[in-house]
Design a protein around this ligand. Structure first.
Ligand code: NAG
Ligand code: NAG
Length: 177
């Protein structure tokens, strides 16, 4: 292969794709409003997936306002199921939010199919360490196979191994109600 072709091929391989956010430009933030079920969660830090971890969230609803996005969720605290509302601030960039919770967090809405599923990731900075947690929400209590595959692919492309993905569909219904 001569040099110009090599350059072209490399350019095609590296075709720009936004680092974060839905591919579909018609997707609007308000479309993620409403009821959801947490169906899977993954992390590059396996201890964050333990059942009493402070980031084991069971989202039941999202509410987008002018300046914020609210996650209505449940967390298990000492065996109890506690409802919490987390409010993240919008930033100048669409689908990116900041949240103060156990350090500083950037939340990115990544893949969005408003009537079916949503993948969001949280980059947490705490005591100089960065960890990533990825969540799959579904409009139905269980996600279909293709959605699960999309989630696994997303995790893989972000360096999270399949061993670090947990399936939440069998989790206590009180937590997922
Ligand atoms: C979100 O906005 C509120 C009100 O402007 C502010 O008090 C809070 O510190 C902000 N939080 C983050 C994480 O930026
Ligand atoms: C999670 O469990 C449900 C119910 O057993 C199953 O249908 C689904 O495929 C599982 N998802 C993954 C990612 O393994």
């Amino acid at each position: 292969m001569n040099a110009p072709w090599l350059v072209l091929v490399l350019a095609l391989l590296g075709a720009p794709r936004p680092a974060h956010g839905p591919r579909d430009p018609n997707i609007d933030e308000n479309m993620v409003n409403g009821d959801w079920f947490s169906t899977a969660q993954a992390s590059d830090e396996p201890t964050l997936l333990w059942k009493d971890s402070h980031v084991m969230f069971f989202v039941r609803k999202i509410h987008v306002t002018l300046k914020t996005i609210e996650f209505h969720l449940y967390r298990r605290i000492q065996g109890m199921c506690v409802p919490i509302i987390m409010m993240a601030n919008k930033t100048k960039k669409k689908f990116q939010y900041t949240l103060k919770y156990a350090g500083h967090n950037m939340i990115f809405l990544e893949e969005v199919d408003p009537s079916r599923f949503l993948i969001f990731c949280i980059h947490n900075h705490w005591h100089g360490k960065e960890t990533v947690v990825v969540n799959l929400l579904s409009r139905t209590p269980t996600a279909s196979c293709d959605v699960m595959q999309t989630f696994r692919n997303y995790c893989k492309s972000h360096g999270i191994s399949p061993a670090n993905i947990i399936n939440l569909t069998q989790t206590d219904h009180r937590l997922r109600a």
